[in-house]
Design a protein around this ligand. Structure first.
Ligand SMILES: Nc1ncnc2c1ncn2[C@@H]1O[C@H](COP(=O)(O)OP(=O)(O)OP(=O)(O)O)[C@@H](O)[C@H]1O
Length: 626
């Protein structure tokens, strides 16, 4: 599952815009349509499975040798057990002993080889699931941000855990059983034909009918399996959203509504699982019936042939043993083949995701995973938004930015103000290259941001979001998040300096373990203001040439606000601030006022107040886009 070479992923905007909408690429189907047999697992899925196991060929080779040994030993078992039985009936003690010795050796050999085979296949399966999960997680990290707008994290987690495990079972168990039972069935068939060809032909007809039924069941089960995994992903996504937002849910008394939503998703899942169970039951009835009738017919013909003298009674006993042995093996092969198809059906979405190419434009890929060695370019922090038009991919029809031009010169502080929804944050997202402009250019130091490797862009532009995201780990870990240990910027004294500049030191002094205090999953153990300071310290530590600051309107108290303001004043890098506070705005070199995706005014605080326009109205109302 190596991702294709980078150059193949360079796409033109035109190409990108021809991609089908993301919704259509996903496979969650909720309609309770009649279940039609699904096509066989596609060649692509088999090819991906082969690719996954390729590195484990030595392991699988050794497992196959053990498997062949186990199968041969197993084929010998009915020979000795039927021989022992006929010797017992004939009261031939010497033959009974000889047969029992043979049976003991065959059984011990079978047990040993089976153990080795099982262990080695298990190991191979573990490696496959690890590789698939890594490929999936890497693919997720590489996706364009628009992908995450239309795919829930719960669904992705479900692909990563459940679907990947199913695919690994194919290697650990299913293919292993298929190979073993196929060898046993072939060996047994050879034995049957050698014993009595007409009787063998009848037995084989019964098996052919059973395999036809198994195949039909396999197709249905594959379809159900795909549906089950999609619906499981949907339930995971509902649960994930509810758990992530449990505090809001509690505050709104929304638990019953959330429970109801989950219950509906589970009911849909149950529906498809019920149908799958019914089909499974019916298939067992048909297969069991077919097996039983084939055994009766074989016995009847065998009895006739023994009565006519065409077949020795001893040979008939052997035949009965081997017919049951081959029947069992053939049945298992069919059953396991259905499970393989089933698992590949369930894993199809995971495979597709692992191979999904992010939709992007420009020379550099959108994820730093693909640009480890990008050299740090010198940067002066000059930004130009040049006649930007933009609509979010998930909402193509509504233009959020309509011809916006904004400039930030090196070392300048520039504020974006305007009513909620006017497009201020969106503009900053284009600088961070979370999305690509539909038309127009965003340049950093004269270079289109789409051509700057993501790792380099992350070095030059730091961002402080309105509601900063934190990761599990300590406050210190969160401040140096993303920096490697050998990065000189991650040194303890630098972290402490950045924390002091952001006012985090006094927060840490009040916490039991200072900067080592856990932030809690998603920063739940800290207040909004504390999270904001961590994000500011994180940005300062990176020593960027420009900081994008989406200012919260209320997360900091007056004292912290003054402290952060003083810190910002001392910075010599450029600042692009989505501003909500007069103190911040006044200190800016230029202010752009946005209204419904266009710049309606630009200038300094005093110029704009004097002009008596939209901004002057905001100042009069003391309201800056809240
Ligand atoms: N990921 C997204 N997908 C689709 N539409 C979005 C997305 N993010 C924002 N929008 C829409 O884009 C418009 C502009 O949003 P934006 O966040 O840029 O506004 P803003 O001026 O920063 O507002 P605020 O001051 O409230 O943060 C809004 O109508 C919003 O609904």
């Amino acid at each position: 599952l190596q991702l294709p070479a980078l150059h193949r992923r360079h796409r033109s905007l035109k190409h990108a815009s021809q991609q089908p909408p993301l919704r259509r690429q996903r496979h969650v189907r909720y309609a309770d349509e009649a279940v039609a047999p699904a096509p066989r697992a596609s060649k692509a899925q088999w090819a991906q499975l082969r690719e996954l196991v390729r590195k484990d060929w030595p392991l699988l080779g050794a497992a196959s040798v053990a498997l062949t040994g186990a199968a041969l030993a197993d084929v010998a078992v009915p020979h000795y057990s039927s021989g022992a039985l006929t010797a017992v009936v004939a009261k031939d003690a010497a033959r009974v002993r000889a047969q029992l010795w043979g049976l003991s050796i065959a059984s011990l050999a079978s047990a040993t080889f089976t153990g080795v085979r099982g262990g080695l296949f298990w190991l191979a399966g573990t490696r496959v699931v690890t590789r698939l999960r890594l490929a999936l997680f890497g693919a997720m990290l590489r996706q364009d941000i628009a992908f995450f707008d239309s795919t829930s994290t719960g669904e992705l987690a479900s692909r990563l855990s459940g679907d990947a495990a199913k695919v690994s079972d194919v290697v650990s168990f299913n293919l292993n059983i298929i190979a073993r039972q196929t060898l046993q069935a072939i060996g047994g068939c050879v034995y049957l034909v050698a014993l009595d060809p007409p009787l063998a032909a009848l037995s084989l007809c019964g098996m052919a009918l059973a395999s036809f039924l198994t195949d039909a069941y396999g197709r249905l089960s594959r379809k159900y399996s795909r549906e089950t995994s999609d619906r499981l992903a949907a339930t995971a996504s509902t649960a994930d959203e509810a758990m992530r937002n449990v505090r809001v849910a509690r505050a709104c008394g929304a638990e019953p509504a959330l429970y109801g939503a989950y219950e509906r998703q589970i009911a849909r899942l149950e529906q498809v699982q019920d149908r799958a169970g019914l089909v499974y039951g019916l298939s067992r009835v048909a297969l069991g019936g077919c097996k039983g009738l084939a055994a009766v017919a074989t016995m009847a013909l065998g009895a006739k042939r023994v009565a006519s003298g065409a077949l020795a009674p001893d040979a008939m006993v052997r035949f009965a043993f081997y017919a049951a042995f081959v029947n069992g093996a053939a049945f298992d092969v069919g059953d396991q083949l259905a499970r393989v198809e089933d698992a590949l059906g369930a894993g199809a979405a995971a495979f597709e995701l692992a191979r999904r190419e992010p939709v992007w434009d420009g020379k550099a890929p959108p994820s730093a995973l693909d640009a480890h060695d990008a050299p740090a370019s010198p940067s002066e922090g000059r930004v130009e938004f040049d006649d930007i038009r933009f609509a979010y991919p998930a909402r193509n029809e509504s233009q959020v930015l309509r011809g916006v031009s904004v400039r930030v010169d090196p070392g300048e502080r520039v504020a974006l103000v305007g009513a909620s929804g006017s497009g201020k944050s969106t503009l900053t997202k284009l600088l961070l290259r979370q999305y690509g402009a539909t038309s127009g250019r965003v340049r950093l130091d004269g270079v289109d941001v789409r051509d700057i490797p993501q790792a380099d862009l992350a070095r030059r532009v730091a961002s402080v979001e309105q509601d900063p995201a934190l990761f599990s780990g300590s406050i210190r870990d969160n401040v140096r998040f993303g920096l490697t240990k050998d990065d000189p910027r991650a040194a303890d004294e630098k972290v402490e300096r950045a924390c002091a500049a952001a006012g985090l030191d006094e927060v840490a002094a009040r916490l039991p373990q200072g900067l080592e205090t856990a932030a809690g999953a998603a920063g739940t153990l800290l207040s909004g203001g504390q999270r904001q300071r961590i994000a500011i310290a994180r940005a300062l530590l990176r020593d960027p040439s420009i900081i994008v600051l989406d200012e919260p309107s209320s997360a900091l108290d007056a004292r912290s606000e003054a402290l952060v303001q003083r810190t910002l004043d001392r910075l010599d890098c450029s600042l692009l601030i989505v501003a909500h506070r007069l103190a911040t705005i006044k200190a800016c070199d230029r202010i752009y006022v946005l209204e419904r995706g266009t710049v309606v005014e630009a200038g300094t605080h005093s110029e704009l107040v004097e002009s008596g326009g939209v901004y002057a109205g905001m100042v009069a109302r003391q309201s800056f886009g809240d």
